[in-house]
Structures are given as structure tokens and as C-alpha cells.
Design a protein around this ligand. Structure first.
Ligand code: ZN
Length: 111
């Protein structure tokens, strides 16, 4: 079974690199703009993982980094920009929805 492509949002990539480093991974920047990082675990340096970008600059996560990426996304949930709409109390990701509530179109003002 082919699993669907897991992606890390561009704005979370810095936090993901930090998370990888804390978990024994090495992240080497590469010169290739479409494949900006090569990642491997210090215990398995022969097994490298290449990060590719999609058209929006989000990271496509290789199959073998899927588990650590899932752990990261669970661990980073408190930091994702989920806010409650002041008008209808709907919770939404302000970044993906461009600061507008998808339910009632009320703008979220971050100040
Ligand atoms: Zn709303």
C-alpha cells in the first residue's frame, strides 16, 4: 500500500530540523534548491534521506522519515497557529486560512 505523501509546512521546517537534531539526526544543507536538505541518523549514516520541496516550498517527507515527522507534528501541535474565532468560536489555523475564519469570514487580528 502506498501511503499518501506526508508534508511539513514551510513555516514549521525550522522547528522540524531542530526536532530532528534533538533526536540524533544530522541535517546537511545541500546546494540543490529543489532538494535543500540531506538527513541521516547518526546511528545509520549510510542511510540518507533527501528532502524535496513541493511547489509551495513545503517539505515532502520521505517514507523512512515518516514516523519521526508524525512524532514531530504531534509534539508541535501546541505551536501551530490554531485560534478561536472571536465571532463564532470556530477553531481554525490562521496561517492556512489567511487570518479569516473559514466559518463566518471574520478576520482574526493577531494583536
Ligand atoms: Zn467565525
Amino acid at each position: 500500500m502506498k501511503l499518501s505523501q506526508l508534508k511539513i509546512e514551510r513555516q514549521l521546517c525550522g522547528a522540524f530540523i531542530f526536532y530532528l537534531k534533538n533526536n540524533g539526526y544530522v541535517c546537511l544543507p545541500s546546494k540543490n534548491k529543489q532538494q535543500p536538505y540531506i538527513i541521516y541518523h547518526t546511528e545509520t549514516p549510510d542511510m540518507t534521506h533527501i528532502i524535496e520541496l513541493d511547489q509551495f516550498g513545503h517539505w515532502k517527507i520521505p517514507e523512512l522519515l515518516r514516523n519521526v515527522a508524525m512524532e514531530f507534528s504531534t509534539a508541535s501541535t501546541p505551536y501551530t497557529p490554531i485560534k478561536k474565532c472571536t465571532k463564532c468560536s470556530h477553531e481554525f489555523n490562521v496561517v492556512t486560512h489567511n487570518f479569516y475564519c473559514p466559518e463566518c469570514n471574520e478576520i482574526y487580528v493577531p494583536f
